[in-house]
Design a protein. Structure first.
Length: 387
């Protein structure tokens, strides 16, 4: 081949290589333009952020009674159902308290029944005693009237005997014999003695009437005694209520020696083992329920058109090839900084404006499958369709 032909071939190769490079760069730029255009167009109706995490309730488990742990039935990360037994505290002390309170309730109930029977007894005896004393009063007053009549009769007899004796003394001795005068004197003395005796009987009868009147006053206080007895019944009934309440509290404490799962979920942060001594309120584990949601911290400039109810595409960093669908649930009524431990104080001369972020709660449209690992703290990227 001549030198002229060789030169032509080299020139043709250079021209073909240049054309290929130009075509390659043209196709590349066209593809980038199309992809960028589509991305721009698709992103117009959406707002997204990578400052978002899965959130969920974390239920702290703590005993409501103190004591030594006898049994532990769960392990860390174990799935539990609501009502599953978690651990057991020694119940011997609480069983004794229940037995003691049961005895106290029975004793209080017996006292209440005794007080109720006493009310009826006081009511019956008070009525009977009042009737008895009233009868005694009638009788003693009759005796008093009788002895007063005897006093009047004895007084009249004593007066008559005295006059008769005086008449015997004043008349001539020839009319009355000495024997008749002596009889008159004797009759006078007897009449006086009878009068003294009758007056003493009156005093005794009056004292008897006064005594019966005292007993009558006491007997008439029967209704007050019944009221006192009824008050005692109320007091005993209140004691029964107090003891019953104490029994209920003791039974509740005994029930709390067995701690059950309040919700379904997975056990985390377990710190309790058999043999440990626990105190009331001491947190020994936590349960994370299956229900989770998203807390996305959007910039305030992204919230112009965001509303509750708008659809959301959710990408979880753990499952990059999977899209979960959700819905905007609510927007927090305040920025994240405002609810921080130390809220910002902007009343200074060195203020620098910073775009604030507001937490947005996003819920899943359908609960994720149980086999998927979606737990609080995991990173997600939500994309909210705002237009």
């Amino acid at each position: 081949m001549s030198e002229h032909d060789t030169a032509n071939t080299a020139a043709s190769s250079k021209r073909g290589s240049g054309r290929f490079k130009v075509l390659f760069f043209a196709v590349l730029m066209g593809g980038l333009a199309v992809y960028g255009g589509r991305y721009y167009i698709n992103s117009l109706p959406y707002e997204w952020t990578d400052d978002a995490f899965i959130e969920g309730d974390i239920i702290a488990i703590s005993p409501q009674v103190s004591g030594q742990v006898l049994e532990v039935h769960v392990e860390t990360n174990q799935a539990v159902q609501a009502g599953d037994l978690l651990f057991v505290i020694d119940s011997e002390y609480y069983e004794e308290r229940v037995a003691h309170r049961n005895a106290s309730v029975r004793l209080a109930e017996a006292r209440r029944l005794t007080a109720e029977r006493n009310v009826e007894l006081v009511r019956i005896t008070s009525k009977a005693r009042l009737q008895q004393v009233e009868a005694e009063l009638v009788e003693t007053r009759a005796v008093l009237d009788e002895v007063r009549a005897q006093v009047e009769a004895a007084d009249a007899e004593a007066t008559r005997a005295k006059r008769e004796f005086e008449r015997h003394q004043e008349e001539d001795e020839s009319i009355f014999s000495q024997r008749e005068i002596d009889l008159a004197a004797s009759a006078t003395q007897i009449a006086r003695a009878e009068l003294v005796k009758s007056r003493k009987q009156v005093m005794a009868a009056e004292a008897a009437v006064e005594a019966v009147l005292g007993r009558l006053s006491d007997a008439q206080s029967g209704p007050q005694k019944v009221m006192v007895s009824e008050t005692e019944v109320e007091q005993r009934a209140a004691e029964v209520d107090v003891e019953a309440s104490a029994l209920k509290q003791a039974e509740l404490e005994l029930k709390h020696t067995k701690v059950y799962a309040p919700i379904s979920g997975r056990v985390t942060r377990k710190t309790v083992d058999e043999g440990e001594q626990l105190q009331i309120g001491q947190v020994v584990m936590a349960i994370v329920p299956k229900e989770v949601w998203i807390e996305a911290n959007f910039r305030e400039t992204q919230l112009t058109d965001m509303r509750p109810g708008q659809p959301v595409e959710i990408r979880v960093d753990t499952y990059k090839d999977r899209i979960f669908m959700g819905t905007v649930h609510s927007i927090q009524a305040g920025t994240g900084a405002r609810f921080s431990l130390l809220p910002p104080q902007n009343a200074t001369g060195n203020y620098v404006k910073v775009v604030q972020r507001l937490p947005v709660k996003i819920v899943f449209d359908e609960p994720p499958e149980d086999e998927l690992l979606l737990v609080p703290g995991m990173s997600v990227v939500p994309r909210v369709r705002v237009r």
